[in-house]
Design a protein around this ligand. Sequence first.
Ligand code: GRF
Length: 204
Amino acid sequence: MRLGVLISGRGSNMQAIVQACQQGVVPNTTVAAVVANQQAATGVAWAAEQGLPTGVYPNKAYANRAAQEAAIIAFLQQQGVDAVCLAGYMRIVSPQFIAAFAGRVLNIHPSLLPRHGGPGMVGQAVHAAVLVAGDVETGCTIHWVTPTVDAGPIIVQQSVPVHPGDTVDTLAQRVLVEEHIAYPKALAMVAKGVVAPPAVVATL
Ligand code: GRF
């Protein structure tokens, strides 16, 4: 399997995926491309140092999302990518993007979906919602991407306790450790054919 990993920031999940593929934790799989939608994504430099093909496609460099996605899809297809991992990618992908990879698009979300998911529930806002709700546990979810945000079939979940006195930062750190376990675990299931993507919604 040849993976394309999309990031918007430091890319620690991307790094965990690269290392899991190199170590054979995810069998017969390699990261063939790393894409960012902003120049400031520091994970791109790390990927380039690893010798991985990288591409930066800033939101503001394109008239609209469709034009940006067309450029990203072309690059990924040039690299022979057959599955895409969204890893801290801070833009919603279109149904056309999902269809371009036959539904083989995965995402990581830093809560136990369906709790604390949906539009706007990203990054620290998710952990803040967990604290406000008084949840005693949280975690992360790897799921197939469908046109409804954070609602695709769940592949793997890892949970952690919420401790009294936890802050958004202490929670984010505890969850991140599990994220780096969850994504390789989910990708190993995909590589072994244990799970398959949902049927793709026909796009106009
Ligand atoms: C992670 O917390 C992930 O759950 C969320 O965005 C963050 C990405 O972190 N989607 P990194 O760029 O992989 O370090």
